[in-house]
Design a protein around this ligand. Sequence first.
Ligand code: PMP
Length: 377
Amino acid sequence: MIYLDYASTTPVNQEVLKAYTYVLEKYYANTDSLHDAGLKVAELMEQSREQTASCLKVKANELMFTSGASEANNTAIKGSAFALQHRGKHLITSCVEHSSVDQTMKQLQELFGFEVTYLPVNSSGVVEAETLRQALRKDTILVSIMALNNEVGSINDIAELAKVTHESSRAVFHSDCTQILGKQPLTFLPDIELASFSAHKIYGLKGSGLLYHKQNVRLVPLICGGQQEAGLRGGTSNAPCNIAWAKTMRIAFEKMDEHSRHVSELNQRLRLGLAEIDGVEINSPQDATPYILNFSVKGMTSEVMLNALNHYGICVSSRSTCSSKTKAPSRVLMAMGISEERATHSLRISLSHLSKKSEVDELLNVLKEIFNDYRIK
Ligand code: PMP
């Protein structure tokens, strides 16, 4: 099998897995129990929170463990919308967000009477600061814009967008940072109030996420219950998962530059190879992350290409995995001004430091073979 779908999920790192199973077996007590066994596991979990926070250069009490980025996005958006609605009910997001942001915004609009402005993106898939400035209002309470797009890899200037937000409004700024974590430094984190992360995109565990919430940012809890996570998320803590975060985060930051250089070379190789194939059009902008490359092929739908590649044991995606069962063309590509036809013929290749030149070459060879076969028929 050749796996080129790392933006969907990654294989778990062996060190993370070892830490997880060790804690799962040995430290099974409840973190809220008052006996020594409970106190010990609570201590390990708080150590993990400290170490994770120090990698992100934030404070430990600004991190909340969640079940993934979807939950973190829901909590950030609904939690702050509910907490701040006395100041206004206007929310701003972009039209290329992950479904866990997009659907949350729609729910707030349809069921809770909030008004949502969906900002357009330019042809590179990026929200322009001026577009945001014009949309901000006195009653805007929250802006949510992703750092790195999961379908095309475009990168927003979050520091600039947050600056514009804070200059012209009292709104809090949230960013879905799921895809940027481990790919480049998060220098903008001190400039924003809320950020979401997921462990399984960076060789950690599935069902494990983080919400960064700056001190003094008010959130209404979505899961009421016990006192866990400072009263923001009820329910017995998933201590083994939360303890594994420390290793996951450390690994993500450890060799970031080296990994990025390797992936950039592979991306270049892939772009050059695709340029030689008739009818291929690249959808990712030139300055996108090297980890994601989206392209379209004239005359072949995503479904046909996906199935054909799968037949050769090559795993790729046509778009965001959370929307993979939708038949409609990608709303991200359409928002970038790409035609409906081209959008229904798109594929997303996502690379990793684990990817090899030989895998990229094999993908290119198989693509050429598929296109020749298909076009001859
Ligand atoms: N946001 C983005 C940009 C994503 O790519 C994903 C994963 N597809 C998520 C949020 C959801 O993450 P999780 O699977 O941890 O809920």
